[in-house]
Design a protein around this ligand. Structure first.
Ligand code: GUN
Length: 297
């Protein structure tokens, strides 16, 4: 039987509706959720992601402010924008769109974000807290994957989860979240240095592909009945399209359909979940601010 194709758009819509409800309730408490978005340069993919995030915020009744800095901006000017938003009481969350142009240190820039506004969950304090199981913002894409697994009723506890990719945005936090107390998967993390990748992926009850390499995971690398989550978003040339390209994941989708029990498509799988989880994190930041203020009264 071919795999069930997971409709990430439908799951994301439910979460976005919930976030919109939260935004309404928070606005009534005097905290209309607001995200500050910092974008440096003109990378077309980043421009499109930032546009989609700002549109989703508006649709959920949340505010956004942005700082668009030109290509070639100094690190000091990016840090100054972060400092301004750190000190702005109307701003609940700060997001620096990655990747930054060459020459800027992502590590230094991200570390400058106040942990209570770090809705991407990338700053060292957030990563440390999350790693130790303490309350923290969790990165949006792996959170979206966890939400998908919950939604489809996948058995995570005791399962063998294999994560392919070790980026700070997806692979590392994904492996941490799957293996955390409460999720309780046994996790293998594979990467470009892994010898005989198929030997590992064939063990996966849950396979998360997040390497950014089109076609990396072929059907013969998938354990029959596995849940396959494709986080890859790769542009491949397609002269039949007006844009000249189409988006594909890291998994050979057609082949995987015959092996997996469930699979996320690209686009329309994990992608919509990232934005939905961002809205949830912005609402959470605003809720924490409201609670702090109300507690002080
Ligand atoms: N670039 C790719 N994914 C992300 C993300 O989740 N957050 C940010 N800030 N940049 C990204």
């Amino acid at each position: 039987m071919p795999a069930v194709i997971i409709d990430g758009g439908a799951i994301a819509r439910k979460i976005r509706a919930r976030a919109a409800q939260s935004a309404l309730a928070l606005a009534a408490r005097g905290e209309r959720p607001c995200l500050a978005v910092i974008l440096v340069g003109n990378d077309p993919a980043s421009l499109s992601y930032v546009g989609a995030k700002e549109k989703a915020l508006a649709q959920a009744g949340m505010l956004s402010v942005d700082a668009r800095l030109p290509e070639g901006s100094s690190e000091a000017s990016v840090l100054a924008a972060i400092e301004r938003f750190n000190g702005d009481d109307k701003v609940h969350g700060i997001l620096v769109q990655l990747p930054l142009p060459a020459g800027l240190s992502e590590g230094r820039v991200i570390a400058a974000i106040s942990p209570e506004k770090d809705v991407d969950g990338f700053c060292p304090v957030s990563v440390g807290n999350a790693t130790f199981g303490r309350p923290s913002f969790l990165p949006c894409t792996p959170s979206g994957v966890m939400e998908i697994l919950r939604e489809i009723g996948a058995v995570v506890s005791g399962a063998h989860a294999v994560v392919v990719g070790r980026s700070c945005i997806v692979g590392r936090p994904m492996a941490m979240m799957l293996g955390a107390r409460g999720a309780d998967a046994t996790v293998t993390m594979c990467h470009s240095g892994t010898r005989d990748l198929a030997r590992h992926t064939l063990q996966a009850d849950i396979l998360v592909a997040a390497a950014g390499r089109p076609g990396l995971i072929t059907a013969d690398m998938i354990k029959p009945g596995a849940v396959v989550i494709d986080v890859g978003v790769n542009r491949v040339a397609d002269p039949s399209r007006e844009s000249g390209y189409r988006l594909v994941g890291d998994v050979d989708f057609e082949g995987a359909l015959e092996r997996a029990s469930h699979i996320t498509p690209v686009p329309g799988g994990v992608g919509p979940m990232t934005i939905a989880m961002l809205l949830e994190n912005v609402a959470k930041a605003a809720r924490e601010r409201a609670e702090k203020k109300e507690g002080k009264q």
